[in-house]
Write a protein that binds this ligand. Sequence first.
Ligand SMILES: *Cc1c(COP(=O)(O)O)cnc(C)c1O
Length: 395
Amino acid sequence: MPAISDPLPAPRLGEPYLLTPGPLTTAYSTKEAMLRDWGSWDADFRAMTKSLCDQLVALAGGSGGDFVCVPMQGSGSFSVEAMLGTFVPRDGKVLVLANGAYGLRAAETMRYLGRAYTLIDKGDYMPPRGDEVGAALDADPAITHVIAIHCETSSGILNPVAEISEAVYARGRKLLIDSMSAFGAIDLDVNRIRYEAMVSSANKCIEGVPGFGFVVARRTELEGCKGNCHSLALDLHAQWAYMEKTGQWRYTPPTHVVAAFLEALRLHAQEGGVPARGARYIRNRDVMVEGMRGLGFETLLKDRWLSPIIVTFFCPADPNFVFSRFYELMKDRGFIIYPGKLTVVDSFRVGCIGRMDEHVMRKVVEAAKEALAVMGVTSAAPPEAAIAERAKLAA
Ligand SMILES: *Cc1c(COP(=O)(O)O)cnc(C)c1O
């Protein structure tokens, strides 16, 4: 366990902490980096784009030009759609592994693309396991690709992508990963976990501001994707080919967001890269979860599946607990929390990512304690139905 470090500087006076999975709390210097304008064609900005791509490839463990990074304008979902539309051939078929909103969104994307797919839907939070992925692939030789969600942000579960990857490549199929909310904090080194492409965005664990996503992909795989894409603007092969030739983004880049992202990457490296970023988030989670459990709250997931990204808590059974009131009381104390996304029981989520540390997490717990007192909630214990729901989570 790392030693307790000095507190990170707080956001500016009056600015709440965002305990959300992005947009999230960013460093002051990251915001400050946006205080100038850049010409998108200028050599300075082209150098910024190249540096951004080189650093992201390095974070994914790519070396010797075997992997490339293609940034794409828009929120993360634009890049997921770009990845699926570009890497899956029109006559391909995708196995979508879903256990929450983002997996289902990937399936919805396939439906929009009009390309063949099949879905393993595990419900709100059960993890898709390697053996069932293997069985699904054995049963359907038409499947060419599998899409897995690394951290399913809707419940906060950390899915077992390593065992999924093994199952996929043991059967000669290809893996695409939505590592949107995990990349930069949780290892996704392609030398350890095999995949063809992964997607993430500026405003998650690298702690940039929203405005673009990026795909890190095996070069030979991307080279073979010309003409696959259904969309002009989202064609990653075309974006990459144009960037290779000119050093520029094909269409207007989010220049200020790129500048902020480079500063965020500088802070990421300064902190110690992926292991150190992950360690801070783990510490954030552990301090926060321990404190919340001390107040009587219970987590949806058992410790084994808890990601250091975001944690789902059951709403207390006490009739005095009203989530909208709890939210406002937390906000009054400087913390923006996140509503739950479960279909069966009431829940809320607390994010562990962003420019904050364990000192902040202790204050979060303190604020939750005060909020319960103000509402007159005597016990934060969840209802029986929630416990029954959780009992379904094996192992
Ligand atoms: C944030 C996120 C996305 C993208 O969401 P946007 O709102 O489009 O940025 C996709 N997948 C996961 C797992 C995410 O956490």
